[in-house]
Design a binder for this molecule. Structure first.
Ligand code: PLP
Length: 413
């Protein structure tokens, strides 16, 4: 095994290694860090809350930080998403959404044991999240343990792609036909809206999500948006659902929720879903909870993070234009499928290998990024950038110049 690099500090967009080197964090450290490392406002909020109430059981008890997080979030999210359920990380936010969707139908007197997901989808590493994610090397070992999910093609697109509308229509028609099969009713459809993360930063159009909403509503099944990665400004709007003008029935949020400081997640449901669980009958209760549910320190970090989100609007809205200009600099002879959505930009390096997650060029890229002082984590031959919103003009040039140089080096272009 290669020895991991030891990190001793993080400030703003930089992390410092034990050997004294410093790296520019171009991917927000596994896509969690929105406003830079060690942001003093979040650090202070955590400090103050830890002295007041560090943790308390969240069954039969509540507290102000959790109530304020729920109120703030439901103000930020589109209309129907009004009921907040706390959990620990992106995977558990997805587990909760799946269990809620399943039980929603059971509570209404229907059995619907099937979900629909998308090829290339990734929703986490717990068993339910692996089931709805696309079959992959990550989940293959456990395939016997996974429940049944049908995966539709994801109509990915990129700058200059002309065939996307037909591909979207084909998927929506297949979905419509599938949902009409009344002998196998579907509990819900789960998608990473606008950008599939771990599957290779694959992007789809807002029009596709609008079509998905229309078809799922007509067929009477639930639509779940996994915005674990796309939430909190990543797509250039506060949420991908806002950018697409689509209201899902359930939304999963984690990663950026606390600005990248602490693990915490929420699943937010429509009031319609909530109402199906309100009953004196214990069979209708949603029996799910974690020890650290709505941890007050995590909630304090989230509240500070929401304030910073409001102050960062021009940064996350403006990043797409810079990314677009950067893509224009890349040589199409050595790169392909340039694409951008808000703060996320990606492209593929042309390769004579297989492409994909295990393409050899990925290892070569990883080695050279550190030498260049950049923190990048290419997904095989896919290179992507997703920096924190506090990136300065100079850091942006450093990042783009470094990546352009890297691509030339590994391709000999
Ligand atoms: N959903 C999406 C879209 C993700 O990108 C991830 C993680 O990368 C997850 C869920 C799982 O989140 P976590 O790693 O916090 O469990």
């Amino acid at each position: 095994m290669p020895t991991p690099l030891k990190v001793v500090a993080g400030k703003g967009t930089r992390i410092r290694l034990a050997d004294g080197r410093s790296l520019l964090d171009c991917i927000s450290s596994w896509w969690v860090n929105l406003y830079g490392h060690g942001h003093p406002r979040i650090a202070e909020a955590i400090h103050a809350q830890a002295q007041e109430l560090e943790h308390v059981i969240f069954a039969g008890f509540t507290h102000e930080p959790a109530e304020r997080v729920a109120e703030s979030l439901t103000r930020l999210l589109p209309g129907r998403l009004s009921r907040v359920f706390f959990s620990d990380d992106g995977s558990t936010a997805v587990e909760v959404a799946l269990k809620m969707a399943y039980q929603y139908w059971v509570n209404r007197g229907e059995k619907r044991p099937t979900f629909i997901g998308f090829e290339g989808g990734y929703h986490g590493d717990t068993v339910g999240a692996m089931s709805v994610g696309a079959p992959s090397t990550f989940s293959g070992m456990f395939s016997d343990l996974l429940f049944e999910v049908e995966h539709l093609p994801f109509p990915e697109t990129w700058i200059g792609d002309e065939g996307v509308a037909e591909r979207e229509d084909a998927v929506l028609q297949a979905l419509e036909a599938r949902l009409a099969a009344s002998d196998r009713p579907v509990a819900g459809i789960i998608i990473e809206p606008l950008v599939q993360g771990a599957g290779g930063m694959r992007m789809c159009r807002e029009e596709f999500l609008q079509g998905l909403r229309r078809v799922s509503e007509q067929a009477g099944t639930l639509l779940i948006f996994d915005e674990v990665m796309t939430g909190f400004g990543r797509t250039g709007e506060r949420f991908a659902c806002e950018r697409a003008g689509v209201e899902p029935d359930l939304i999963c949020l984690a990663k950026g929720l606390t600005g990248g400081f602490l693990p915490m997640a929420v699943t937010v449901a429509s009031s319609d879903i909530y109402d199906a669980f309100v009953s004196a009958d214990p069979e209708k209760t949603f029996w799910h909870g974690h020890s650290y549910t709505a941890n007050p320190i995590g909630c304090a970090a989230a509240l500070a993070s929401f304030e910073l989100l409001a102050e960062s609007e021009s940064a996350f809205r403006g990043m797409e234009q810079h990314h677009r200009e950067f893509l224009g600099r890349l040589d199409p002879a050595i790169t392909e499928r340039p694409r951008v959505t808000g703060t996320i930009v990606a492209f593929e390096i042309r390769t004579d290998g297989t492409g994909g997650y295990f393409d050899r060029v990925g290892d070569e890229l990883k080695k050279r990024t550190i030498q260049k002082g950049l923190l990048l984590r290419p997904l095989g031959n896919t290179v992507y950038l997703m920096p924190p919103y506090c990136l300065t003009d100079d850091e942006r040039s450093e990042m783009y110049d470094g990546v352009a140089e890297l691509v030339r080096e590994v391709t000999g272009g």
